[in-house]
Design a protein around this ligand. Structure first.
Ligand SMILES: [Zn+2]
Length: 209
């Protein structure tokens, strides 16, 4: 069983205010005699469900194509939080022992393709704690790991400090809490500060002893 936890990319999918929405421009059309349909894509690197590169908030940070791929594949735990706004603390998340990746399901997932007026985000306290528990990736359904109006982005910087990676704008509506295998690979883009991902969860396959 596969859970697709990726937001569907359409021209109407909201992006961060002021950022570049998704657009498909036809360059060639079969209907007009061309041998193929050929489209050009225009979009922000932070389109829908995406991974941030360290370069997004640090000039000397890695581009998305240089981020550690292994962090985006492997065991992941989904936990639901009830907080719809404000910073998340360790108590909000609960037990993470044995998890390597943590995906936080908040009320934002239930909004669907609507920009959330408010959303929960991480805290440096939570990131420090999760890093100490051996977590490598933190995924949110919120559009940012920091508060909407944050300019110093303490949570983004804390992730890099701990060599953690993050996913934003997941859609966890259909996923029961529990342990899964995550696959959410960013594209190998030079110079880019992020990349859309196709994020999926599947139930871990029991291996024969
Ligand atoms: Zn981002």
């Amino acid at each position: 069983m596969i859970y697709d936890i990726t937001r569907k990319v359409t021209a109407a999918l909201p992006v961060w205010p002021g950022d570049t929405p998704f657009q498909v421009t036809p360059m060639l059309r079969k209907a007009e005699g061309a041998s193929v349909n050929l489209t050009t894509l225009t979009m922000t690197a932070h389109l829908g469900t995406h991974a941030d590169a360290y370069y997004h908030y640090a000039d000397d940070g890695a581009f998305i194509g240089e981020m550690p791929l292994e962090a985006y594949i492997g065991p992941a735990r989904v936990v639901t939080v009830t907080k719809a706004d404000g910073p998340l603390m360790p108590d909000d998340v609960g037990e993470v022992q044995g998890a390597q990746r943590l995906l936080i399901h908040s009320p934002v997932s239930e909004l669907g393709a609507v920009w959330p007026e408010q959303f929960p985000y991480l805290s440096v306290t939570l990131i420090d704690w999760l890093a100490g528990q051996g977590i490598r990736l933190i995924g949110l359904d919120s559009p940012s790991v920091d508060a909407f109006d944050s300019t110093d982005l303490p949570c983004h910087h804390a992730l890099r400090r701990h060599h953690l990676v993050n996913l934003e704008a997941l859609d966890l509506r259909a996923v029961p809490d529990g342990d899964y295998e995550l696959v959410a690979l960013p594209l190998c883009l030079d110079g880019a500060c992020g990349s859309p991902v196709r994020a999926i969860l599947r139930k871990a396959v029991m291996r024969e002893a």
